[in-house]
Design a protein around this ligand. Structure first.
Ligand SMILES: [Zn+2]
Length: 199
């Protein structure tokens, strides 16, 4: 039953997207009363009321009855689900910056990007979220071992530690349900919108 492995968008209590999970896991969270299903009108349903909904479109045949496949769920208490640590990695920095050079603002294929220490390591700059950005090869060369100020360059955005796992941005490039779009649009930040527009 491949529908059990289909993707479900997970929102926190503020209706902000935090994760992507499987239908199987989403139903389990729903059943355990950890999450509510969200329909196209932003209404939320516990397992029983969701199961009572008139079935339409895709359904899963459970033992006794069919149930509507959730596309979006809402966590009642985000803390009850293990928080994913956002690993400081090349992959995740590219995802945070949406493959956009943080100096010239142009989007490049990953092969055309480097990681740049805003304050160079030779000046004591650390390898942390707040000091490392995507940079195209050209900007990287221009900046050399200087600070942006010295090089007369400006960051298009101050680098930050992501609040959500950038894994989500990656997932969105693979496949999205139309039901997810309103929630994705609710999120501020260039990188979400950029990911959406780039496709
Ligand atoms: Zn550049």
């Amino acid at each position: 039953m491949s529908v059990l492995n289909a993707k479900v968008l997970v929102l926190n209590r503020s209706f902000l997207p935090v994760h992507v999970t499987s239908v199987r896991r989403a139903l389990s969270l729903l059943y355990q009363d950890i999450a509510r299903a969200v329909d196209g009108q932003y209404r939320t349903f516990d397992f029983a009321s969701w199961a009572d909904l008139a079935v339409e479109e895709e359904t899963i045949g459970l033992v006794h009855r069919a149930i509507r496949v959730p596309k979006v769920i809402l966590l009642l208490a985000y803390d009850r689900v293990p928080k994913r640590h956002v690993r400081f990695s090349r992959f995740n920095i590219f995802a945070r910056d949406a493959n956009r050079c943080q100096y010239c603002g142009i989007v490049f294929p990953r092969a055309g990007l480097n990681l740049d220490h805003v304050v160079p390591r030779s000046r004591g700059g650390k390898s942390v979220w707040e000091n490392v950005v995507c940079s195209c090869l050209r900007c990287n060369r221009t900046k050399g071992g200087r600070t942006p100020l010295e090089a007369g360059m400006r960051l298009i955005r101050r680098p930050f530690r992501p609040e959500w796992t950038p894994f989500i941005a990656e997932t969105f490039n693979l496949r999205r349900h139309k039901e997810w779009i309103p929630f994705l649009n609710a999120v501020d930040a260039a990188y979400w919108n950029t990911e959406l527009l780039d496709e």
